[in-house]
Design a protein around this ligand. Structure first.
Ligand SMILES: Nc1ncnc2c1ncn2[C@@H]1O[C@H](COP(=O)(O)OP(=O)(O)OP(=O)(O)O)[C@@H](O)[C@H]1O
Length: 200
């Protein structure tokens, strides 16, 4: 279980948020909402272990989640605003790189976001929505032994068409049904039935 207790975070000299507490149980999901600049991306970066909280604690099963960075990295998948694709590699090769780290079936992960017809194209020629789909397809990788329970998604549906939003919804539902958790910052509708809302 993930628990944030009284988290505070500074960017530059400014307090972005303080006194932030929430819990997320296996199978749970939380939508991060708030105006531009409210701190949604900042919170996701903090939860990913990329920023230190100024105050408060982040706990995983009751223990300091950030004490062991490698252990924390293994339990998360973080999708930022950037798609983190290698432009010269094909869609299939981009996923193959991550499959070597996490395991999983590249073809099935491509298929989950309807990318098999585009598999042999270099990432640089994909449209922006297709690039986002390829970034999201990484979530479909990993064998059960290396499954990362906590997915941190920053504006996952930007640029996606309605069919792709539905496919992402199916991926999120499968993850949660297997006990996974999702935290997603978004200004757009995201199909996550039963998700809580955290307003920053
Ligand atoms: N490296 C930085 N140095 C100083 N301030 C920063 C830095 N990064 C972000 N900030 C500030 O922190 C605040 C929160 O930014 P953040 O990107 O978390 O907002 P957000 O809620 O994700 O916004 P959006 O909806 O526009 O994506 C903003 O005021 C931003 O200017």
């Amino acid at each position: 279980m993930l628990e944030a207790r009284d988290l505070a975070c500074l960017r530059g000299e400014r307090v972005v948020f303080a006194g932030l507490s929430f819990r997320l149980e296996p199978g749970g999901a939380l939508l991060l909402v708030g105006a531009n600049g409210a701190g949604k991306s900042t919170l996701l970066r903090l939860l990913a272990g990329l920023l230190r909280p100024e105050a408060g604690a982040l706990l995983w099963d009751g223990a300091d989640a950030l004490a062991d960075r490698a252990a924390h990295a293994a339990r998360i998948r973080y999708l930022s605003h950037q798609d983190a694709l290698k432009p010269a590699l094909t869609a299939r090769e981009n996923l193959h790189f991550f499959a070597q780290l996490w395991g999983g079936e590249v073809a099935a992960a491509l298929d989950a976001l309807d990318l098999l017809p585009l598999a042999e194209l270099p990432a640089r020629v994909l449209s922006s929505g297709q690039k986002r789909r390829l970034a999201l397809a990484r979530l479909g990788l990993s064998d059960p032994a290396r499954r990362a329970p906590l997915w941190l998604l920053d504006e996952p549906t930007v640029g996606l068409d309605a069919a792709s939003v539905g496919k992402l919804g199916a991926l999120l539902a499968r993850h949660r049904a297997a006990g996974g958790m999702v935290l997603a910052a978004t200004h757009l509708p995201l199909p996550m039935p039963g998700a809580g809302e955290l307003r920053l």
